[in-house]
Design a binder for this molecule. Sequence first.
Ligand SMILES: Cc1cc2nc3c(=O)[nH]c(=O)nc-3n(C[C@H](O)[C@H](O)[C@H](O)COP(=O)(O)O)c2cc1C
Length: 330
Amino acid sequence: MDMRTSYLGMTLSHPFIAGASPFGYHLDTIKRLEDAGCAAIVLHSLFEEQITHAQSGHIAHMDVFERGFNETLSAFPAPEDYPLGPDGYAEHVRRAKQTVAIPVIASLNGRTPESWLKFARVIEQAGADALELNMYDVPADLSVPGSAIEDRLVSVVTHVKRLLKIPVAVKLSPFFTAFGNVAEQLDAAGADGLVLFNRFYQPDIDIRTMAVTPQAELSTSADLTLRLRWAAILHGRIRSSIAITGGVATPDDGIKALLAGADVVQMVSALLRHGPSHVASMRQGLERWMAWHDMSRVDEIRGLVSLRATEDRSSFERAHYIRTLHSWIG
Ligand SMILES: Cc1cc2nc3c(=O)[nH]c(=O)nc-3n(C[C@H](O)[C@H](O)[C@H](O)COP(=O)(O)O)c2cc1C
């Protein structure tokens, strides 16, 4: 069977790749992902906060995020042990490239235009095969309109694309008024891929202590449907590749992601739960399903249930919502 897929202009042996996570911290876990059969790996992000706090060793964003995952991450080294700052990260990319033959995609979460450009360049020079820009941000400033946020995203992508030769993917949040238009703007700005969607921690409130508590849980298949919808709406209508990240737990989820129109499927929670060997189960599940449907190429599947392909266009749009609500009343 021909399981090959094209992502960001690279040919991958199959569509299942490891998303940005603590698996990227160390060369031995990176190697484990390759040995288990991942087609590519996205490294954990270099966060700008990390850079500015490199001196003190304290990283606000990561710190909160990781405390919520205490149990899951107990097998991973302490945060102080990962490469802090752009030089350490660049060296890590260089070593990762020497350690594995699969493509290594670096990840960057900047805040200021200067940092995006400066660190993007450092990462490219370190030899990353591609760069994933993590555009995660919570615009809590009430005076900033959505259009300004969108302009900023597009401007970052335009500038990074002008500067770099390696492909650039953009990992996004779904929280836009008109996500399809944002996707189109980023596509026009030259993004080689869109990664749908960021799934970060949500602060909760402890009513006993009346304090904010980080609430971070690994995803389940329930997280997938939002991604399926947008991959299905975008498939075949933008030039950028589409990656789904969030809620891909089982082989069935992986098949759904491809049917909706994803070029690759990123996994993190499932790999943390079941270990890297889960990738092999994903691939086998897909192969079995393809054999059952008498298909021999992954390309035949992609987008078969996208908005473009489906006759029932309303199934991805609002009309279906009314039907769904009625289905509760019987
Ligand atoms: C422990 C942990 C660490 C993560 N670190 C990063 C990161 O450094 N950069 C990033 O872009 N996403 C990070 N993510 C988000 C994942 O890449 C992924 O988008 C998210 O977990 C949804 O995918 P999943 O449902 O397969 O877990 C992290 C997720 C987890 C659980």
